[in-house]
Design a protein around this ligand. Structure first.
Ligand code: DER
Length: 232
């Protein structure tokens, strides 16, 4: 459909502009990244590219392996040339909401390990203010035993509602690749996201927030008309 075409356009444009021979590449999680890995695999097959890939989740690891790409880890390649990943929403200041797929913690670790962090997304993610289009709230990965005190602290400090993310194909809550739970914080006003991120991150039991502030070097949006918009 049109959304998939838009994802594919953004992904291929980003790979062709930023992924070069001999590089160490961080591979994000979600659906858009699949088109980026497809393009990397194409260029590897035609011998024009020889890269190693570091995953941001179990899903990304499986995608790398099933695409026949070389799997590495931050143990062996702690500094990456570029990381490519999707986002749930991008605001005017390049603040991202990530974690819709529950992989925000390893995604942020890999993004931070890369010299350049490139976001690929379809037009639905392109917002002025966070919350305009993405309504599921900001994901916060938490140590399970701390989920209630953290929920209460977020709601009392910042308002809104922080809800435990329940699984669909499993009884009970979603459990992340790191063995933790996720609270989705449905905020009810615009905040200074850099401040909010820092305060939530410092709450005992918080592992990571889905607010990616001052991390993004470029965003590729696939548009409905078949073009790609790049925001640098
Ligand atoms: O969960 C995540 O952070 C994913 O990267 C998500 O934000 C993008 O997923 P999508 O490419 O399937 O929209």
């Amino acid at each position: 459909a049109m959304v998939d075409a838009a994802k594919r356009l953004a992904a291929r444009a980003a790979v062709d502009e930023y992924v070069k021979n001999g590089q160490k590449v961080g591979i994000g999680s979600g659906s858009t990244i699949k088109f980026a890995v497809e393009r990397i695999a194409e260029r590897t097959k035609d011998e024009s590219l020889n890269v190693v890939c570091v995953p941001t989740s179990f899903q990304a690891r499986e995608l790398i392996l099933s695409s026949g790409l070389v799997l590495e880890s931050l143990d062996t390649t702690p500094v990456l040339d570029v990381a490519i990943d999707g986002a749930d929403e991008v605001d005017k200041d390049f603040v991202l909401i990530k974690g819709g797929g529950g992989c925000l913690t390893q995604e942020k670790i890999v993004a931070a390990a890369a010299k350049k962090f490139i976001v690929i997304a379809d037009y639905r993610k392109d917002s002025t203010l966070l919350g305009e289009q993405y309504k599921k709230g900001i994901p916060v990965e938490v140590i399970p035993m701390a989920r209630v005190p953290i929920k209460r602290k977020i709601e009392s400090n910042f308002g809104g509602k922080a809800e435990l993310r329940m699984a669909i194909n499993k009884a009970g809550p979603v459990v992340t690749d790191n063995g933790n739970f996720i609270l989705d914080w449905k905020f009810d006003k615009v905040h200074k996201w850099s401040e909010v991120h820092k305060e939530i991150k410092l709450m005992p039991g918080v592992v990571e927030t889905g607010l990616f502030v001052d991390m993004t070097n470029a965003v590729f949006f696939g548009l409905e008309d078949g073009s790609v918009k790049t925001k640098l």
